[in-house]
Design a protein around this ligand. Structure first.
Ligand SMILES: [Zn+2]
Length: 365
């Protein structure tokens, strides 16, 4: 007979059993014992992968403990490799489930597969804090834990893959799909009411999977990395082993920035749509007299979106100037003047969204 000790409080959707003819590999990293349960019969395949799998978990744990300021919040850290598991992974505390073939890679695996494995491990490990330690109050905020997990996984994993253009990958993976829905009249907001759990599937689409990560990147850009990290630490510490909502987080972050985050959240998270953004350039001979960026609401409702934009000034012949490329403007009102632009050589064109993270219908100027 087996007797299980009492765990910390967890939400019912996080409870799991794994039953089957599993083998177990054990390892110790940073003073922590970890166990990997699996059914792999190819010994060579197993031995090739087992070390990196433990290493990836250990480095994700170390990073998250440092970022959150909170030691791993549960008693044990094991994982179960399930053949043909229906998801890539599931963040059960104490025993993360994975689809086995995403971790036990072929000898000929591509860099894409290695990046995917590292990202999946970092994602599920991040959930131990964001989702497991602090759980959303209701499933209308599931998007929040998924966005957190991807946001942090990118921070954990991307530096280990320096040959990949992560910014370009992010742009291609998110913007076209998000715009495809958000430019239409029927677009849903990121956060929307969910009356019954059996309708949860209807929430999921490009707005949650593609727009929400963009909006989260905007949030960090708007208030700064330090304010975001400190706010997330406070959010985790004050709601540990309990539930919290997106609005609880926004209230915490709002106290750490001069920006009005409640208003920011209303336009970006609680409503659908995007601004129309255009550039207004006035020249005086060969120099810029005044450069401004303007926004308007395509629906005519007069809404204003708060975002920071990186402009690019282009010159015929391709001459580029690093200083000019770095122009930044904070678009909050209907118009923002680019203070550093006056007096610069008049460009042949201006890209309002030269940095690529801006969100909206960008009219070429
Ligand atoms: Zn997840």
């Amino acid at each position: 007979m087996l007797t299980f000790t009492e765990t910390e409080a967890i939400s019912s959707y996080l409870f799991s059993f794994a039953a089957g003819d599993f083998q177990v590999e054990e390892a110790e990293r940073d003073g922590r014992r970890m166990a990997m349960y699996h059914r792999e019969t190819d010994r060579e395949r197993l031995e090739r992968n087992v070390g990196p799998i433990f290493d990836l978990h250990a480095s994700a744990l170390a990073w998250l403990e440092e970022y959150t300021g909170i030691p791993f919040p549960f008693e044990k850290f094991d994982f179960v490799l399930v053949p043909a598991f229906q998801y890539g992974g599931m963040e059960h505390p104490g025993a993360i489930f994975y689809r086995a073939d995403l971790l036990l890679l072929d000898e000929s695996a591509t860099q894409h597969a290695y990046l995917g494995r590292a990202s999946l491990i970092a994602h599920e490990t991040a959930h131990q804090w964001f989702g497991d330690l602090v759980t959303m109050t209701w499933f209308d905020d599931v998007w929040m834990k998924e966005t957190f997990a991807n946001f942090l996984a990118a921070k954990i994993v991307n530096p280990a893959f320096p040959d990949v253009d992560h910014d370009l990958r992010f742009l291609l993976a998110h913007f076209p799909a998000a715009y495809g829905v958000d430019r239409t009249a029927g677009a849903n907001p990121i956060r929307q009411p969910l009356e019954n759990l059996n309708e949860a599937g209807t929430l999921y689409g490009a707005i949650i999977y593609q727009k929400a990560p963009i909006v989260f990147a905007h949030l960090e850009r708007l208030i700064g990395e330090d304010a975001l990290r400190e706010g997330l630490r406070e959010y985790l510490a004050s709601h540990a082993y309990a539930n919290a909502s997106w609005r609880d987080l926004i209230a915490i972050l709002d106290g750490r920035t001069a920006e009005d985050l409640a208003a920011w959240s209303r336009t970006w998270v609680e409503e659908s749509g995007r601004p129309r953004v255009e550039v207004a350039l006035e020249t005086d001979g060969d120099t810029i007299a005044r450069l401004a960026v303007r926004q308007s609401d395509p629906t005519g409702a007069g809404r204003l979106w708060n975002q920071r934009l990186d402009l690019r000034l282009g010159y015929r012949g391709g001459a580029s100037n690093a200083e000019v490329s770095a122009l930044e403007v904070h678009l909050r009102d209907a118009e923002a003047v680019v203070a550093d632009a006056a007096g610069l050589p008049a460009p042949d064109y201006v890209l309002a969204n030269g940095g690529g993270l801006g969100y909206g219908l960008m009219v070429l100027g």
